[in-house]
Design a binder for this molecule. Sequence first.
Ligand code: RP5
Length: 304
Amino acid sequence: MYMQQYKLWLLVGRKLSLRTSLLAMHFKCRGGFYPRTDDNVERYDVPDNKVEWTDTYPDYSPTQYTAQHILAGPVYADPLIGAPGFKPLWNEVDGKVNRCSHEGEYSVINGIPRNMHGRTGVCGRGALGRWGPNHAADPIVTRWKMNLGQKVLHEETKQPVLQFVCIKRRDNGQWAIPGGMVDPGEKVSVTLQREFLEEALNSLDMTSKQKEKAEGDLKDLFNGGEEVYKGYVDDPRNTDNAWMETVAYNFHENESGGLLYQISLQAGDDAQAVKWQDISSQLDLYASHRDFIKKVADKHDAHW
Ligand code: RP5
């Protein structure tokens, strides 16, 4: 009898530790001031050992904050909890709005979704439109760095150097993957290509003919993508009740002289600059983008 209980306890313990290790700790949505606010919204302090909801933190008193432009009710934002007619279906595809997390079921406490990765020091939605998961997609477009028709090898590791299309975000000047939000009802495959076209090729300034041609040129590349990550993003905008999730795909050009060696990049929409960036462990990128890029480098046995 005791033996059985002991085995059960071990099993539960193992499951719990597996869960904890699967849910990576967030860092960029803790400490300091909430990004892009004129209101100097300071996050309530959350030390590493108080991040998980199971860690006792009786004094925890997160700063309540939802940005003015979200409260103004743009089309992509939810109403306030309890607003007349707002009956969200949490953990479900709610009409055209996907309220499911890629990481399983999230808790809803007093009618409000709770961040599965733990405390952030801010409650409300911050600058995010949706309560719970806010879904994005990240296209990681890569090619080999070439010189005189040969792959460039890194002088220390002797591994070939990979490059990816990197944009400079207009909102905070940080370098990032040209990702963006999945529109309600939009397929992720469509978001991936749309965001790449808008931010790295400036399709918003193209004529419909030019856009059609660019889409045609990219068709094969975008049909051959491979998923490298799906889940929570350690985004500086996350709060206790609203957070970013993404699906990141790698679109790789293997042929020297292929399309990605001819295409001319031009920043547009939310991007203020765009470039081919050599991939290495020295990268400092927005949110969790460095982790996604590392996965791509590993996948191609490239220099990191
Ligand atoms: C990140 O925010 C995602 O990985 C994606 O790159 C981005 C989407 O937000 P916006 O660029 O639309 O602000 O969390």
